[in-house]
Design a protein around this ligand. Structure first.
Ligand code: THU
Length: 131
């Protein structure tokens, strides 16, 4: 899918977010090396702390379907600003997709690209657990 189509799908995904409490809508799309797309949006509940971010919804959907080999994650929040992934999502992405490219998009079509390792330097991962 080209960047324009990704942008459209990201917008559609974000607009379906279940964000009744913060009213801040986020969409994420994971893209695999073989071009599969997995979408996610943030899901909030009346017990606020149980909220799950768009990025982790997309990632857990994919993992539970047996999908791996992630190449890119596209993220769009509300408003004109870029929406960088929160610290918790950076950690979870690092565990399952350490080489992923993180592409932030705005509604207006601006784009910013990072390697996950730039967003989470000196990361903790499973290597520290294996002595
Ligand atoms: N949120 C995400 O879904 N992804 C991010 O990267 C940042 C924050 C959600 C969590 C919550 O539902 C709302 O945005 C406000 O924090």
């Amino acid at each position: 899918m080209n960047s324009e189509n990704i942008h459209t799908l990201l917008l559609e995904t974000r607009n379906k977010a279940l964000a009744l409490y913060s009213n801040f809508h986020v969409g994420a799309i994971l893209e695999t090396e073989d071009k599969q797309l997995i979408t996610g949006f943030n899901i909030e509940t009346s017990s606020y702390g149980l909220t799950i971010c768009a990025e982790r919804v997309a990632l857990f959907k994919a993992l539970s379907e047996g999908i791996r080999n992630f190449k890119n994650i596209y993220i769009m929040g509300d408003g004109k600003s870029f929406c960088p992934p929160c610290g918790a999502c950076r950690q979870v992405l690092m565990d399952f997709a350490p080489n992923i490219q993180v592409i932030l998009m705005t509604e207006e079509g601006k784009q910013q690209t990072f390697q996950l390792s730039e967003l989470l330097p000196h990361a903790f991962d499973d290597k520290f657990l294996k002595k």
